[in-house]
Design a protein around this ligand. Structure first.
Ligand code: ATP
Length: 234
């Protein structure tokens, strides 16, 4: 089984300052991987690097041919401006097809079908005509997940996805991700501060503190020094 993403001794930095050093990890089809660590430990930097938004200053990143063709489904941290976006749910979801398509300005029949399929998958087909900014935080989150799945349903990448959600929307979010991962085989790569929950959900943990403090299965993580200290012995 070829990895979807593979990093070998990768470094990232800004203006000659290293922010992430010597990361070796991979994300395989169907895996659920979480990146944890304190503020400023390099999690978002690594994510930007994996998305190809930042060039590595050392090491090698390989992305599977399929992901290279389709683009990677990415759920960004939401800004206030994005929450206020004046478009319908259908339009936001369809825009996830843009990375597949070059410059042709009209959506094809297949792209429209894909958007419908992903709105059905996320239970938002009934609100397809509603304006995005009028939705609850949980509905906005579902819309963005459906959008990301229009690029590819092999891998979903998320940066701090539960920020700003209320407790019931958080529980619903983890349930949706679990279902996509366990039942539909979508690989998940998530940056999270919610370590107490992710050690119950994820298969693998990467704990960063500029360099890798731990990388391996969640089970091993909970037994490791880094995991024991960071999770408070959860
Ligand atoms: N655009 C940038 N230019 C220069 N330095 C940056 C930039 N973005 C991040 N850094 C620095 O890189 C280091 C890692 O930051 P990063 O945002 O990746 O950490 P993080 O683990 O995602 O933090 P948080 O949990 O607070 O989001 C920090 O020292 C930060 O100040």
């Amino acid at each position: 089984m070829n990895p979807l993403i593979q990093c070998s001794h990768v470094d990232f930095g800004y203006e000659n300052q290293d922010a992430v050093v010597d990361v070796t990890m991979d994300v395989n089809p169907g895996e659920y991987v979480c990146i944890v660590g304190e503020n400023g430990s390099g999690k978002s930097t690594l994510m930007k690097g994996l998305l190809g938004l930042l060039k590595p200053t050392g090491g090698v990143i390989s992305v599977s041919d399929e992901l290279r063709r389709s683009g990677i489904g990415y759920l960004p941290q939401q800004t206030a401006a994005q929450k206020d976006f004046p478009a319908t749910v259908r339009e936001v979801v369809l825009s996830g097809c843009l990375s597949r398509r070059g410059n042709w300005p009209f959506y094809s029949g297949n792209e429209k079908k894909l958007a419908v399929k992903n709105m059905e998958r996320l239970g938002i087909i009934g609100i397809a005509g509603k304006c995005y900014r009028e939705l609850s935080g949980g509905q906005q989150q579902r819309t963005l997940i459906a959008r990301a799945l229009c690029a590819t349903d092999k891998l979903l990448i998320m940066d701090e996805p539960i920020t700003g959600l209320d407790p019931s929307a958080i529980a619903e979010f983890y349930e949706i991700i679990r279902k996509l991962n366990r039942e539909e085989g979508v690989a998940i790569l998530m940056v999270s501060h919610d370590v107490a929950t992710v050690v119950k959900e994820a298969d693998k943990i990467l704990h960063l503190k500029r360099e890798v403090l731990f990388y391996g299965t969640t089970k091993e993580y909970l037994k490791s020094n880094a995991g024991y200290i960071y999770t408070g012995g959860a």
